[in-house]
Design a protein around this ligand. Structure first.
Ligand code: AMP
Ligand code: MG
Length: 523
């Protein structure tokens, strides 16, 4: 057994649901409901992120302790703590969905260390009052995807919830993976996630829907005090300052997603972290061939609401829903509108600044912006691989753009899916010629430019087919591929020769392979 530095947190600050049963229900005027994780006869530890364990003060010895498995599979309750599920509502795919809540997530406790305060949460450990029609469980495949991707995102420098460990339940869970009327049993799993908080936009929306201003205020004050040190907690302006900061963090986050080629896939307001972290890895995906219209989510295939290129606009739409929710405590629509207008303006500025850094340019002017726009179009039409294109670009100090140049050819061949037409090649040559001029205008030594570019443009990301290959192996009880990807993704910006088979375009077989291109929400 080991000791954790348990702190009072959300449950101590917010009102509990008075009903103590586990019955599924509508919960009124409460932020959470106490509930217990399900009993599993034979849970087993599949993988631990030792980096995440350190965040809550646990070393390697602790993670090997049998108590680690007992505690983080929910089979033992840590002394003096009481697990609970959080209430929240949300807008799903643009429509008000009413009460949702933690249907299969259970918060165990909060721990404080030198690394901050962490809420420890199990996902897939059984039903709660918010489970509605579903079972409260999770399958191994989606849990592997979340475990690998949360840790990979952290190492990419993208704000995210963390994944402490992945646990098998030794029980089967029935899922209709393709939503085609063929449910089948699959291995079940529990993921143990860490985050300073799991409060979402939807946590505010539920109180607004209930016209419960008292709790809305309480939640905002708790959130500001605990997670927004930059907001002065004792001023009249605090709610507006808070909203402004949420807007800034949210747009920063989606800009980061665009930098690394990540598509969240389900940007419903219940999946939007109030602190600006990537939250809830469902049918997310990574861009292979650059396509701003791509979404990994089969449920969204028709309308493509959550496609790669419009994630910032959707974030803004979600911020409007948050503004509506908190308006009763602010009462100043013009001030909220002003923040939203400025946020909309900032989307473009943040985007072009990020793209300029990807191109190794230290300045932005009209010419740079035009070059970024034309690059997007060229990549889209040429089916350029996002990761390989930008990473390869960083290896050239000065690109030789003459048509016979081997550097140009190498870049083209390594990064494109298919061959460009002569017309496209000419367009690319023009683009490179312009780019070279911009590089000269930048006037930084090549090695410095390369350094920036290599810290902005990852060499290794968790492409969909890679996660799917790890899942296929795991379903044969072989977790070695999962471990290999986990290790590699700890250093996404470094050249790692032993992993270079992963620095490659998506193989053809993966284009239409289940799980390797698009995914359903089934998890
Ligand atoms: P998601 O799309 O995964 O963010 O989930 C949306 C809502 O459905 C949340 O309230 C989840 O807690 C709930 N939910 C998803 N899967 C399950 C499940 N297997 N059992 C209970 N609730 C679930
Ligand atoms: Mg969710």
């Amino acid at each position: 057994m080991f000791k954790l530095n348990i702190q009072p947190g959300f449950a101590a600050a917010m009102p509990a649901d008075q009903d103590q049963t586990n019955n599924r229900r509508q919960v009124k005027n409460a932020a959470f409901s106490y509930c217990n994780p399900k009993h599993f006869d034979h849970p087993f530890l599949i993988h631990t992120s030792t980096e995440a364990a350190q965040l809550i003060g646990l070393g390697d010895d602790n993670t090997r302790d049998n108590y680690f498995l007992e505690l983080f599979s929910g089979q033992s309750v840590y002394p003096g703590t009481r697990p609970y599920a959080m209430a929240y509502a949300g807008h799903q795919f643009g429509h008000w969905a009413g009460q949702l809540g933690d249907g299969r997530a259970i918060n165990l406790f909060e721990v404080k260390t030198n690394e901050g305060q962490w809420t420890v949460q199990l996902k897939g450990a059984g039903s709660t009052p918010y489970s509605r029609h579903a079972d409260g469980l999770a399958v191994l495949r989606s849990s592997i995807r979340e475990h690998l991707c949360s840790e990979a995102m952290h190492h990419l420098g993208v704000p995210t919830t963390r994944s402490l460990c992945l646990i098998g339940t030794s029980e089967r869970v029935i899922r209709d993976m393709f939503y085609d009327g063929h449910p089948a049993p699959e291995p079940g799993a529990i993921l143990c996630r860490l985050s300073p908080t799991f409060i979402r936009f939807g946590s505010f929306e539920i109180f607004a829907a209930q016209k419960d201003e008292e709790n809305l205020k309480k939640l905002m004050d708790y959130t500001i005090r605990s997670f927004f040190p930059e907001v002065k907690a004792d001023t009249d302006n605090r709610y507006l300052d808070f909203f402004q900061e949420v807007c800034a963090r949210t747009i920063d986050l989606v800009t980061e997603w665009k930098r690394v080629g990540f598509v969240h896939g389900v940007m419903n307001t219940d999946n939007m972290s109030i602190t600006g972290l990537t939250l809830d890895y469902g049918p997310y995906g990574w861009i292979d061939n650059y396509d701003e219209d791509w979404t990994p989510n089969t449920t969204d295939a028709q309308h493509r609401r959550y496609r790669f290129g419009t994630q910032d606009q959707i974030a803004l739409w979600n911020l409007y829903q948050l503004a509506n929710a908190i308006f009763p405590c602010i009462g100043d629509a013009a001030a909220l509108q002003d923040i939203l207008d400025k946020t909309e303006e900032a989307i473009g500025q943040k985007y072009y600044t990020m793209m300029a850094r990807k191109l190794g340019l230290n300045f932005i002017d009209k010419d740079v912006a035009l070059h970024i726009d034309s690059l997007r179009q060229l990549l889209q039409h040429s089916h350029g691989d996002m990761t390989i294109f930008f990473r390869t670009l960083s290896y050239f100090g000065n690109i030789d753009v003459r048509p016979e140049s081997t550097e140009m050819k190498q870049l083209m061949e390594s990064a494109f899916y298919g061959k460009n037409s002569d017309e496209m090649e000419t367009k690319w040559q023009d683009w490179f010629a312009g780019y070279q001029k911009l590089i000269h205008a930048d006037a930084r030594p090549a090695y410095l430019r390369q350094k920036t570019m290599q810290s902005e443009n990852p060499r290794y990301v968790l492409r969909n087919y890679m996660a799917q290959m790890a899942i296929n192996k795991a379903y044969e009880d072989d977790y070695t591929l999962m471990e290999e990807l986990y290790e590699m993704l700890k250093n996404p910006y470094s050249d790692q020769p032993k992993y270079d088979h992963w620095y490659a375009k998506r193989p053809d077989w993966a284009l239409d392979h289940p799980g390797s291109s698009m995914l359903s929400c089934s998890s």
